[in-house]
Design a protein around this ligand. Structure first.
Ligand code: BYC
Length: 480
């Protein structure tokens, strides 16, 4: 079969010749009803019968892989899609560098590989669960459709990881695939695996910040896994990254449109000082300091997803050839890192300072540094919108020591520029840095649904162009 085309004949669309792989086909078909039950229980509440204008992957050819049409979400064709194999691909890094990429799980690394696949898999349904109620307060049909697009594709990313578990990990893979449907975001007894995926996404500013910051961690981690010497994981992640780009687009443009609306409203009302929070809020838009606080929260929660700055797990995964660095293939060094060092920001004698650490142990830190650069590029685009409208304000990412729960800085409290604070000062000043109850209540008061085609809530500007080039009045969701 042509790898670029997706076979839509069976229950599970795929480009992995599932028809000829009876064992895995049966295993996935057996898993399917549980998945649909999970989707119906935990997917977007209140819209399962609505027709949504969604894109579905019909090919893995980068030039034309998606088609758009109205679909009821539970009828979305979730499938297994791998990017085409690269002929003669070699393991690109670690101790096996230069050997043929593995097509089967290397026995000695089985447990480590399974853990990486399970953690990646666990984040996908978690985010759908976190975003479950947002449809009810969507600021427009355009935004509602984008939310649902992100949700169905996170569902597909779960399928991607479950395929790997079912095909390559036998009985324990099957058990892990089941467990992925059992854990629940925020449930104290059966939580999702990583901290940020147990937080609430209570409003649309949070949703856009989440897709900007946390989906960007997704991009970094998928880029690192796409380098894997285990070829099926590499190919799976390469295609996931194609879909992931839209999720970050949703986040980046969502926040941009909120900022734009706020700045325009301030300008029209003749308010030049961003600190006039009450006057700005009376205009029905979100004040810039509150947007900054939300950014502080989502950025800091997402930094925790990179794990400890110094990590034996990360060193082992690299050494084994399972998880590389961001865009490993574009880096120019020995790709083994047995001898080099990397500067790691640490807490030494109560002070935050750089320390040269063995490069292998510092890989989480390095990926996090690459992530911060990527975030800053996006933030600069937000700031350009503010500057172009002529408001003297800049969004700034907080210091990496701010509000941390994992790693070096989880032991201390720091302000947004990295000054270490005592507990009393932290408690007093917390509301300066993170959304307060008041801020939350204000944002919640704005979350009124806008369901007329072409209409947008007061606090967000319309997008520049429609999805699939549709005109402004297009009915992206036909609410049932
Ligand atoms: N929460 O050696 P360390 C996405 C645990 S997002 C709770 O530093 P390592 C998406 C750690 O498990 C991307 N626990 O860990 C975005 C370990 O426990 P064990 C998801 C944490 O392995 C939006 C212990 O602490 N993909 O796709 O170097 C929407 C020691 O830590 C946390 C991946 O993350 C935490 N935050 O680094 C939808 C890729 N951090 O095992 C989707 C796969 C650490 O010793 N995962 N711990 O009991 C990995 O590469 C790594 O496991 C991690 C952690 C980067 C997560």
């Amino acid at each position: 079969m042509n790898i670029q085309q997706v076979d839509y004949d069976g229950l599970i669309p795929n480009n992995v010749a599932l028809g000829q792989d009876v064992r895995v086909k049966r295993a996935l078909e057996k898993w399917h009803p549980g998945y649909i039950n999970w989707w119906n229980d935990m997917g977007p509440e209140g819209f399962q019968e609505s027709l949504v204008y969604l894109r579905t992957a019909i090919s893995v050819d980068p030039k034309g892989w998606a088609k758009f049409d109205y679909v009821r979400m539970p009828e979305y064709r979730w499938g297994v899609l791998l990017a085409p194999a690269l002929e003669g691909r070699k393991i690109p890094f670690g101790t096996h560098k230069g050997e043929d990429a593995w097509q089967e799980v290397p026995g000695e690394y089985r447990a480590m590989l399974r853990r990486l696949v399970v953690i990646q898999g666990d984040t996908e349904p978690a985010s759908v669960e976190q975003q479950r109620y947002l449809g009810k307060t969507a600021p427009s049909l355009y935004d509602m459709r984008n939310l649902f697009q992100v949700n169905v594709e996170e569902g597909r990313h779960l399928w991607a990881m479950v395929y790997l578990l079912q095909k390559y990990f036998g009985t324990d893979g099957r058990e892990e695939a089941e467990a992925l449907l059992q854990r629940r975001s925020g449930n104290p007894d059966t939580p999702r695996m990583l901290g940020a995926f147990n937080e609430k996404t209570p409003d649309w500013l949070s949703f856009f910040m989440f897709t900007f910051f946390t989906d960007r961690d997704g991009k970094m981690q998928l880029e690192a896994l796409a380098q894997s010497g285990f070829d099926p994981l590499s190919r799976t992640c390469r295609f996931m990254l194609t879909e992931e780009a839209h999720h970050m687009f949703v986040g980046e443009t969502g926040v941009t449109r909120i900022i734009q609306r706020t700045c325009e409203a301030m300008k029209e009302a003749g308010i030049g000082d961003h600190n006039e929070i009450e006057r700005v809020r009376k205009l029905g838009v979100i004040d810039l300091p509150t947007i900054q606080k939300k950014a502080n929260m989502h950025f800091s929660l997402t930094l925790d997803l990179f794990g400890n700055e110094i990590s034996t797990n990360a060193a082992n995964a690299f050494h084994a050839g399972l998880k590389g660095r961001y865009r490993e293939d574009r880096l120019k060094d020995d790709h083994q890192l047995e001898t080099g060092t990397y500067p790691v920001l640490r807490l030494i004698d109560g002070k935050i300072q750089n320390e040269d650490s063995p490069a292998l142990a510092a890989l989480n830190m390095r990926l996090r540094d690459d992530y911060v650069v990527d975030c800053n590029n996006g933030v600069a685009r937000w700031n350009k919108v503010i500057a172009d409208i002529g408001i003297p304000f800049e969004i700034k990412l907080p210091h990496v020591a701010f509000h941390r729960h994992i790693g070096e800085f989880s032991k201390i409290k720091a302000d947004v520029i990295g000054n270490v604070l005592g507990d009393t000062d932290w408690s007093k000043r917390r509301g300066e840095f993170l959304p307060s109850e008041d801020d939350r209540a204000f944002i919640e008061s704005l979350m009124q649904p806008q369901t007329a085609p072409g209409k947008f809530a007061s606090w967000i500007a319309p997008p520049k162009v429609g999805i699939d080039n549709k005109p402004g009045e297009f009915e992206y969701v036909k609410i049932a």
